[in-house]
Unconditional design. Structure first.
Length: 366
């Protein structure tokens, strides 16, 4: 079998980039699937996550103007070049299945290239907050042309009109150790790109309510991204006199080690589709507290069993729930142990079997 993945880039830290890297590596290393990757704007940068040298990777060097809309005339010209380059490369590769992963213009014109090859569209974010402009609404009609749409949870299915929607969640390759020592640091950890949707400012506000009660605890936020927002978050930390207990640190490849040392994982996002970071936290035995935001955390966290779900954007409720978790060490231990069992449902082997079954199913139909 020969599978081709299409992505804009692989140099930025993010859940999509990480899971795609792991997925491709598993296909070539464990399932002997011929795996190809075409990016459109890698810009001569190294992949942020390890990609097997068995993956055949080429960058098309389209290099869209990221500071402009994809509908801007300059990017529309690049879309034409992208179409031609992609058509040429697909003819060379002759894949059995093509996976569109990113949100670049390719997702709209791919169905019209080499129409006999099965094409799948994969979504890694929630359509709950999808900004449907007139142009987007028109272009979204092309999604009907895909042989299947892959979403991360059952709730996302309601946002699409297609009758060929498949649910395949993310997986984690963090190793769960049931006999892990629970002597942990008094640290609450959070991670994700620095972007408004992550609402790290709300976590800082929550901690401002608790700082005097728990002076020996601290918060570590790992993330990179919007520099202006990062400065705003650091200014908020200084304004609230939290510099001694709240730290924003760059994204790290050692996040598993950080999780193993921490005591609680905290998520304050406005929306999440199926946050892989929660699976990673569970694999590391961390109890989780999260806003019950649309549409992902509720599909991972079992409320009051392996974590806590709080009414979205309710700072007071989040503060009270986090306080309860901090003072109750046994609850943290119990939540962490149950979370480790839950995450086994999302092992790499279980999830990748779903992908292989989907690919085979498409080949049978072709």
């Amino acid at each position: 079998m020969r599978v081709l993945f299409l992505m804009d880039q692989m140099y930025l830290h993010g859940g999509t980039e990480r899971i795609l890297s792991q997925k491709m590596n598993y296909l070539v290393e464990n399932l002997n699937v011929e795996t190809y990757l075409l990016t459109s704007e890698q810009r001569d940068r190294k992949a942020v996550y390890e990609i097997s040298n068995k993956v055949v990777w080429k960058d098309l060097e389209i290099n869209y103007h990221r500071n402009l809309s994809y509908f801007h005339p300059k990017n529309l010209k690049k879309s034409v070049r992208h179409f031609k380059a992609l058509k040429k490369e697909i003819a060379k590769i002759k894949p059995d299945v093509i996976m569109s992963v990113s949100f670049s213009p390719e997702q709209y014109f791919l169905p019209f290239i080499h129409k006999k090859i099965p094409k799948l569209k994969e979504f890694h974010s929630s359509k709950y907050v999808y900004n449907v402009s007139k142009q987007r609404k028109f272009l979204d009609k092309s999604l009907k042309k895909y042989d299947a749409l892959v979403v991360l949870n059952d709730t996302e299915k309601q946002f699409y009109d297609n009758d060929n929607i498949v649910v395949i969640p993310n997986f984690t390759d963090f190793k769960s150790s049931i006999n892990q020592n629970f002597k942990r640091e008094k640290t609450i950890i959070a991670a994700g790109r620095i972007a408004p949707v992550k609402q790290f400012d709300k976590l800082i506000q929550v901690w401002n309510n608790l700082k005097d009660e728990f002076p020996d605890w601290k918060i570590k936020i790992f993330g990179s991204g919007d520099e202006m927002l990062l400065n705003e978050l650091n200014d908020l930390i200084k304004k609230l006199n939290l510099s001694h207990s709240v730290f924003i640190l760059p994204s790290t490849p050692l996040i598993e080690e950080e999780m193993n040392n921490a005591s609680i994982y905290a998520m304050t996002s406005e929306t999440e589709c199926f946050p892989m970071v929660l699976l990673e936290a569970q694999a590391c035995g961390l109890p989780i507290i999260s806003f019950d935001c649309p549409t992902g955390p509720r599909h991972i966290i079992n409320n009051n069993i392996d974590g806590l779900l709080v009414e979205p954007n309710n700072i007071e409720a989040y503060t009270n729930s986090l306080r309860n978790l901090i003072i109750n060490n046994q609850k943290r231990i119990d939540f962490g142990m149950r979370g480790k069992h839950n995450v086994e449902l999302y092992s790499k082997e279980v999830v990748m079997k779903k992908w292989l079954d989907l690919f085979n199913n498409q080949l049978d139909k072709a």
